[in-house]
Design a protein around this ligand. Structure first.
Ligand code: ZN
Length: 229
């Protein structure tokens, strides 16, 4: 493996000013629009579209008049283009989460770039325009990928709080507890795709209570497009 620079989330100072061609990495609503106070959150769902869970989550969001952002995997988007269209039609934002969801650190630089471009091309064909937002698999940053993302005019969005809706911590109790800790101004990571160890069924089951709690607290859900203004 070439000694290419790898970056961990948080290694980059998020609020520093970036030269126009360098990667922009965002985590919170304040990063998105420069405002410190928000009675809002951005809910994000990764790894779909999933024929079983994306429709369920879309139904729940619609019932609660909530908006979210979906970071879709290119190969699944090509398999279920109607779900990507539905996300958009219902007012959500669709972002690029690479084509195969390879771990960014395990592939050659050319593949890392191709994972980005191929997904944007697919989404362009499905929804008629290229995505504005990118999230790397596992939140793992890699220079070759980020340069491609910047060259395509996208911004990289990580998150401030993960619901850890996968693996042994992805239980009803654990996810409900983490959902109760969500604060305004945060970008929240969840999953609508069942790949690997994800638990989108549990996320879907806990989502109505989260949306009701946010409503009671007067906290709006914004898409990334809305948050960025
Ligand atoms: Zn993912």
């Amino acid at each position: 493996m070439t000694p290419e620079l790898y970056l961990n989330p948080g290694q980059w100072l998020l609020k520093q000013s970036h030269p126009s061609n360098s990667p922009v990495i965002l985590k919170s609503l304040a990063d998105l629009n420069g405002r410190a106070e928000h009675a809002s959150v951005c809910l994000t769902f990764d790894d779909g579209p999933d024929p079983a869970f994306s429709p369920r989550i879309l139904d729940i969001l619609a019932e609660h008049k909530a908006r979210a952002s979906f970071f879709v995997v290119g190969e699944f988007a090509e398999q279920h283009p109607q779900l990507v269209e539905r996300m958009l039609q219902e007012g959500h934002t669709v972002g690029n989460h690479t084509f195969h969801h390879y771990h960014p650190w395990t592939v050659l630089p050319g593949t890392a770039r191709e994972e980005v471009t191929r997904t944007s091309r697919s989404l362009q064909q499905i929804i008629g325009f290229a995505p504005r937002w990118f999230r790397p698999p596992h939140g793992r940053l890699r220079r070759a990928m980020l340069k491609q993302v910047a060259a395509e005019g996208m911004k990289t969005v990580l998150w401030t709080r993960s619901m850890i809706d996968w693996g042994p911590l992805g239980t009803d109790e654990g996810i409900a507890e983490r959902m109760a800790e969500i604060r305004q101004g945060e970008v929240i990571l969840m999953h609508d795709g069942e790949r690997q160890h994800n638990k989108p069924g549990i996320t879907a089951r806990q989502l109505p209570a989260l949306l009701e709690r946010l409503q009671r607290r007067g906290i709006h859900t914004l898409t990334l497009d809305e948050a960025a203004g």
